[in-house]
Structure formats: C-alpha cells, structure tokens
Design a protein around this ligand. Structure first.
Ligand SMILES: Nc1ncnc2c1ncn2[C@@H]1O[C@H](COP(=O)(O)OP(=O)(O)OP(=O)(O)O)[C@@H](O)[C@H]1O
Length: 336
C-alpha cells in the first residue's frame, strides 16, 4: 500500500527567464525532510514532494502525522534535522529574509491581540508588510468587509479564521501556507474560502494547505499527499488516489432472503440483512443486482451505490499503514 514519495512527473529543473534570472520550476520542494524534537521523537521521517507554481497541494494525515511539523519547516520557522526544503528556490530557514516577504502564512492559531479591532489588526500587520494590499481588499475577499470596528475578542471562531486568512493574503504572497484554513467555518464560509483559494491559484499563487476535511482536499486540491506517522504513504491527484479503490453498493435484503441468493459474482458482506458489495465494476454489477432483484421480485431497501471517495482511500491507507508499521520488521537506523 505504501507508494513512492518522489514525484517522477516533475523533474527537478529551473527555467531561465528572458531577463536572465533563474526561476525554479517548483514553488516548493521537500527532499528527504526530517524533523526531530527534543527528547528524540522524530515527527517527520524523510519526506519528499514538489509543488509546481500555481498549484493547490493538500497535505492530509491522521492526527499527529506530522503535517504541521512539515509545514513549519517549509515556512522557515524551524530547521530540518536532515534533508532540504526549498521555497521559491531558497532555503526558507537560512534565507528567511529572501523568502518571508514572498510567502503568506496562516497558522492554526493566529494569536492576535484580542483588544484590537479588525481594522487596527490589519493596519498593524500591513505596517510589517511590504507592498501590502489595501485593507478593504483583503477584508472583502474574506467576507469581513463591514466588521472593521469589531474587536478581535468579539469575533466568532469562524470570523477569526477569516481574519487570519485576510492577514496571510495582505502581502500578495506568491506562496500561501494554510494550516487547516476552514476549521470552525460553517458550510457557507467553507465554500467562500474554497472559492477564494481557487481564485488565488488561478491568479498564479501556489497554495499548500493542510486539512482534516477530506471533501475539502477532494474538491480543492490539484494534488495531495497523505501522511501517516511522519511519512508520506500516498501522493497523486484526488482522482489518482481514489481510482484504484473499489466502489461500494449497500442495501438491506428483506427478511427471509439471505445474501447467499445474490448472483454468485457479487461478492457480498452481510451484517444482519445489511449487505455491502465492493466492486471495481460499479455499473455492470449494479445492473446485475437490479436485474436479479427485478427477476426475483426482491426490494433492496436503502439502496446506495457510490464511487470510492478520498475518505475511503484515507481510511484504507491508514489501516494498511498501521499493518505495515506494526509488522515485526526492524526500522532502519536512519529512521530512529
Ligand atoms: N515541540 C514538540 N516536541 C515534541 N513532540 C512534538 C512537538 N510538536 C509536535 N510534536 C509531536 O509530533 C507529532 C506530529 O505533530 P504535528 O503537529 O506535526 O502533527 P499534525 O499532523 O499536524 O497533527 P494534527 O492533525 O493533530 O494537527 C505529534 O506526535 C506531536 O505530539
């Protein structure tokens, strides 16, 4: 189940622009990144991936998988214990002064002074930002237009997330890091944020986001990587990640009709009359099932047929990765 973490589809190259300066092909490059914490715990265990300019890349993973630890390395907030990080062609930690003005960072906790109003907070932040957008533009883009005079402590959780995003956008970043950008937002706020992130991508911004909402990654990400216990276990487009997974048909058979009566090729799991069929041929098997039900005058209660979602892929991967990790194979020395 574990897949290669290097991205063969994007060779490591640089483009030389007409005016002579080099532009790295990738906005973000992680190569063999590791991060150990004091006490010896290694949260990031040798991960590699690349994000081309103008792409939305989602980093997914179980709790404690190492997403935030990874993003902090790319933001230049910490140095890796091994491997290299590159953002816009620079080491984000050692060359922080070159990288910082060109990136926008939305942390999980913004932590802004709660007594300031929204307008004061944006002004304060704009004062530390070169070439800042007009405050009204950033606030309108995040749905906070009209809330300028409200104190930060009076904002709802969702409004604080929007303010965090407005501040991350203020410096017109080329690369935007969003750590769980829609946590605490209602359905409408989440959709607004997705529209805004897409619009930024369409304008050329590269976006790296972490999220616990698999639907968010499925809808928004051009490509994604799933992390588990400090490693990337799968990477690809959402369609690639789900393509190899079986679709699912679920229904309940009437009392007295056992699943054993189903056409033989429909391999079904039955649990008290509730039947689940997993299939790589959804259309053919659904047609066979409906034909059988019609011929035998059987009603399929609660019939539900759906293609594999990222959620199923994620759960399968987490379960398979656990199996791999729990196997009694000794870890290589470098992973300790
Ligand atoms: N300062 C620290 N010292 C020691 N261990 C840490 C430190 N910060 C994080 N960790 C550990 O590193 C692991 C990865 O944490 P991290 O926050 O990167 O995961 P995550 O994937 O972002 O998790 P979540 O989805 O829960 O936010 C966790 O086991 C966490 O407890």
């Amino acid at each position: 189940m574990t897949h290669a973490t290097t991205d063969a589809t994007h060779p490591r190259t640089t483009h030389r622009a007409a005016h002579g300066t080099t532009h790295p092909a990738f906005a973000i490059e992680a190569d063999g990144l590791r991060r150990g914490y004091t006490g010896g715990f290694e949260a990031v265990r040798g991960i590699s991936f690349t994000v081309p300019r103008g792409e939305i890349f989602a980093l997914l993973g179980t709790n404690g998988a190492g997403k935030t630890s990874t993003v902090e390395l790319l933001e230049g907030l910490a140095a890796p214990s091994a491997g290299t990080a590159r953002v816009l062609g620079h080491d984000p930690y050692r060359e922080r002064t070159a990288v910082r003005p060109r990136i926008g960072v939305m942390l999980q906790e913004g932590g802004f002074p709660s007594e300031l109003t929204v307008a004061e907070t944006v002004r304060m932040w704009a004062g530390c930002t070169s070439n800042a957008r007009p405050a009204a533009e950033a606030l309108d883009a995040t749905g906070l237009g009209g809330r300028e005079q409200v104190r930060v402590k009076q904002l709802s959780g969702g409004e604080r997330r929007r303010l965090d995003l407005a501040l991350a956008l203020l410096g017109r970043p080329e690369v935007l890091f969003l750590d769980e950008p829609t946590t605490g937002l209602d359905a409408e706020g989440r959709r607004d944020t997705w529209d805004l992130v897409r619009a930024l991508r369409d304008g050329g911004t590269t976006v790296l986001l972490t999220t616990h909402y698999l639907e968010e990654a499925e809808i928004l990400a051009d490509r994604l990587a799933i992390m588990h216990r400090g490693q990337i276990v799968l990477t690809g487009t959402p369609a690639e990640v789900t393509a190899a997974r079986p679709a699912r048909i679920r229904f309940t058979l009437p009392a007295g009709v056992p699943a054993a009566r189903l056409p033989l090729h429909l391999r079904a799991a039955e649990d008290g009359g509730r039947v689940e069929i997993r299939t790589g041929h959804l259309q053919d098997d659904l047609a066979a099932l409906l034909g059988w039900a019609h011929d035998h005058d059987v009603r399929l209660h609660g019939l539900d047929a759906r293609a594999a979602s990222l959620e199923e892929a994620f759960l399968d991967i987490a379960a398979a990765a656990d199996t791999v990790t729990e196997a009694p194979t000794p870890q290589p020395e470098a992973d300790r």
